[in-house]
Design a protein around this ligand. Structure first.
Ligand SMILES: [Zn+2]
Length: 275
């Protein structure tokens, strides 16, 4: 049932694509939380901490359900899709029938008014997002949500539309396969400045809000999921607007070590290591 991460290296092709595909909605899911079982350091020397961090990450495992037939080579199905720090990427897919059970509407502004799917997040993430937006306001930083949860069905529709238009091979280069979009977890959200400018655009990266987010997101349990310079590891181009809730401890560790969720689980694709 449980398979160690180290075997999950069979990424057939490592293509950078957008983690968000801003078509319509956002999806995500979640459930119980499962913080990693680690003794947290009372650090002595920096090197000690580093060594300990790498030991801890070596112990963390991505749990996969081997009874599910992969939708494609190199893709494994997660056994614990509701885990708060769950790793969803081009190697690890949510089960087809997964739907987060605790989706709510975070009380924050979005760039649209409608009460629709892409406004939702899992409860723990939604509350953390409210706290993040409130803290930002105190620093005179004004955010709005762009797209959060996207159901599996929505992702299927979006993906199929692209397949109909460009064929499956090409569609895969720019749209996440159903089950592999972080938006399906209910733990990810794309944000922008309150005026809605630069929503899902590179120019967001040049705003004061983006700088504030990069510096403070971890205090609220979020990480910049697809950082600059880590494209080979995450499989996604730099997206300063896409934040992912994983809990404060994990987010702080990733922030301090300037790493990624893949590295947190020691689940970096072999191709990335070689590059
Ligand atoms: Zn996104």
């Amino acid at each position: 049932m449980l398979k160690p991460i180290f075997t999950a290296t069979a990424l057939s092709s490592f293509i950078l694509l957008s983690g968000c595909s801003f078509d319509q909605s956002g999806d995500d899911k979640k459930e119980p939380k499962e913080e990693h079982p680690s003794s947290h350091h009372t650090e002595t020397a920096k090197d000690d901490t580093k060594e300990k961090d790498s030991k801890e990450s070596a112990q963390r495992q991505v749990e996969v359900d081997e009874t599910v037939k992969p939708a494609q080579a190199g893709l494994q199905t997660l056994a614990n899709p509701g885990s708060i720090p769950v790793l969803v990427n081009k190697q690890y897919s949510l089960p087809e029938d997964y739907k987060p059970e605790d989706l709510i509407y975070p009380k924050v502004d979005f760039i649209f008014q409608d009460k629709i799917e892409k406004r939702m997040m899992r409860k723990e993430a939604a509350i953390a997002l409210e706290r993040l937006f409130q803290a930002a306001e105190k620093d005179n930083m004004h955010f709005a949500g762009v797209s959060a949860y996207r159901s599996h069905q929505t992702q299927i529709t979006v993906f199929n539309n692209y397949v109909a238009k460009d064929g499956e091979e090409k569609a895969k280069t720019y749209s996440a396969m159903p089950g592999t979009s972080e938006h399906e977890t209910g733990l990810a959200i794309d944000v922008t400045t309150h005026d809605g400018a630069c929503a899902a655009q590179d120019c967001f990266g040049d705003t004061n809000e983006a700088a504030w987010l990069a510096e403070h997101a971890h205090e609220f349990g979020f990480i910049i999921r697809y950082p600059e310079g880590k494209e080979n590891i995450t499989g996604y181009k730099y997206e300063p607007w896409h934040i992912r809730y994983i809990g404060v401890d994990a987010a702080t560790e990733i922030f301090k070590t300037k790493s990624t969720l893949e590295e947190y689980y020691n689940a970096v694709p072999v191709e990335a290591v070689d590059k």
